[in-house]
Design a protein around this ligand. Structure first.
Ligand SMILES: [Zn+2]
Length: 62
């Protein structure tokens, strides 16, 4: 399962060749941010679940 703050890998890397995205918002829509260039993509939860490959790192506990 994925959660806010996790780092995920998508099925396709970003145009900048990085495939590490951080989940920065979770609601009906999900926002992910490219860890390399800071580009933000918003998509529906359903779309996200189709496009996400795996969780790379869980959010670090405070
Ligand atoms: Zn990028």
């Amino acid at each position: 399962m994925y959660d806010l703050g996790d780092t995920v890998e998508m099925k396709k890397p970003h145009a900048c060749q990085t495939n590490r995205w951080q989940i920065i918002r979770m609601g009906a829509d999900i926002k992910i941010k490219c860890e390399n260039c800071g580009h933000i993509v918003m998509m529906t939860r359903r779309e996200f679940e189709k496009k996400m490959k795996k969780v790379l790192e869980k959010k670090k506990e405070e």
